[in-house]
Design a protein around this ligand. Structure first.
Ligand SMILES: [Zn+2]
Length: 233
């Protein structure tokens, strides 16, 4: 159905083109008699562009369609206009290519930067809790808040005085009841002199900047100690 419509439409287009070519040939050969004076260049340009501002009942259209001078000028303007359009299309295609290439370049740079960040060694951080409160339930107010970056960190904690050696779970949590764990890791103490320390890798990249708690939980007595912590972007 659609195909046959298209075929008949193509045939009509061919016929119209043929009639137009015959008319054009007759006009250029001076076989027609134009009525009225030649319109100005602006009007011919608008006609060549098939501008919507042209009223087909305008007598100037009739003139241009029958005057060899106007027809010649129209054909020249039409060719000029079509080549401009082709140039514009090429320019637009070129611009699109440039944008695409720039986009791909930016994307690949972003990707490699992300990969570099992912592969970059964690940032070493030291938190000294040697003088921090060691009694459960003791007010945390006096303790200066710990500051950590929102990054992958290699965290060493000097445990508070009198801390037991052994296995610890270190966590960054939203509150001091252990809720909202941002990152955690298990580790064993190593002694440096009399001070017990633990070292653990924590990934804080997804953490939003703000207030958190750093907790240490000894494996055996399961007592968790919470220290105020700030994460900064
Ligand atoms: Zn004319």
């Amino acid at each position: 159905m659609r195909l046959s419509w298209r075929r008949s439409s193509d045939a009509e287009n061919r016929l119209e083109k043929w009639v137009a070519q015959q008319l054009q040939r007759r006009v250029l050969a001076g076989e027609t008699t134009p009525s009225g004076p030649c319109p100005d260049e602006e009007f011919l340009r608008a006609l060549a562009r098939r501008s919507n501002s042209i009223d087909l009942l305008d007598p100037r259209v009739d003139h241009a369609a029958t005057c060899p001078n106007c027809m010649n000028r129209l054909l020249a303007l039409r060719r000029e206009y079509q080549s401009q359009r082709r140039k514009l299309a090429w320019a637009l295609a070129g611009a699109a290519c440039v944008i695409l290439v720039a986009g791909l370049f930016a994307w690949s740079r972003y990707e490699s930067r992300q990969q570099m960040l992912a592969q970059a060694p964690p940032i070493p951080e030291l938190v000294d809790l040697w003088n921090a409160a060691t009694y459960r339930g003791q007010q945390l107010g006096q303790l200066q808040s710990v500051l950590l970056p929102a990054a992958r960190i290699h965290l060493t904690i000097i445990l508070p005085r009198f801390s037991q050696a052994g296995q610890y779970l270190v966590a960054v949590t939203r509150d001091q009841n252990g809720n909202g764990v941002v990152a955690e890791g298990a580790t064993a103490t190593t002694a440096s002199g009399t001070r017990e320390r633990v070292t653990v890798d924590l990934d804080l990249r997804t953490a939003k900047a703000g207030a958190y708690f750093l907790s240490t939980t000894h494996e055996q007595d399961q007592a968790a100690y919470y220290y105020p912590l700030r994460i900064e972007k």
